[in-house]
Design a protein around this ligand. Structure first.
Ligand SMILES: [Zn+2]
Length: 204
């Protein structure tokens, strides 16, 4: 068995800094100071954040290559129930996890403020249809709901099977199994209480 690891790629300090700058920008928008908000977004190093996204993917690729058995050797289970839980459950999971990825610990940002900031500043906080045409912060720090045991392997929408994830960890792991990749179970690590709320309580 490969060594069990507790995180995929060390939490990027820069991603943590960038999410707090994003929050400052949201606060400025709330106060109607749009030019200052835009300046904060312009100053974010999108390329650096994008690199974190790709570095995490690379780490998952490495684990995938090390796995002793191919994923197709594991039996899929006929899907039962909906793939996604209600919005209320999703919110409960994010709040339980203090809006931080349970795999790598990076703070994440809710969907709504990301969409709102893109709408206000489409050229600065840009969002295309590919990873490379999207602002790096959307790749490194956007929230995602993750099933620890994937839905395709019989994972349910029970809150115990759900964790908050950043995009890199969510899309890096895909529908893979933690035991196959040699990952430790993120639920063995308690969420760390912080006052970070993913910018989810901002009103604009
Ligand atoms: Zn993560």
């Amino acid at each position: 068995m490969p060594d069990r690891i507790n995180s995929l790629v060390g939490q990027s300090k820069y991603a943590g800094f960038a999410t707090s700058e994003f929050r400052k920008a949201c606060k400025l928008v709330e106060a109607g100071i749009l030019d200052e908000a835009k300046k904060l977004l312009v100053d974010l190093d999108s390329a650096k954040l994008r690199l974190q996204f790709y570095a995490t993917w690379k780490e998952y690729d490495r684990l995938n290559a090390l796995a002793l058995r191919p994923l197709k050797d594991y039996p899929k289970i006929k899907k039962v129930g909906k793939r996604m839980p209600s919005a209320a459950i999703v919110r409960e999971v994010y709040e339980r996890d203090f809006w931080a990825c349970r795999w790598c610990g990076t703070p994440v940002i809710a969907d709504k403020p990301i969409k709102a900031m893109h709408k206000l500043f489409p050229a600065t906080f840009y969002k295309g249809t590919t990873n490379d045409s999207m602002h790096g912060l959307m790749l490194s720090s956007r929230v995602s709901l993750d099933h620890v045991l994937p839905h395709s392997f019989g994972g349910t929408n029970d809150i115990e099977n759900l964790v908050t994830s950043c995009w890199p960890c969510q899309f890096g792991r895909g529908n893979d199994l933690i035991e196959r990749l040699g990952l430790s179970d993120p639920r063995e690590r308690e969420p760390i209480p912080t006052d970070w709320d993913g910018c989810s309580t901002l009103k604009f």
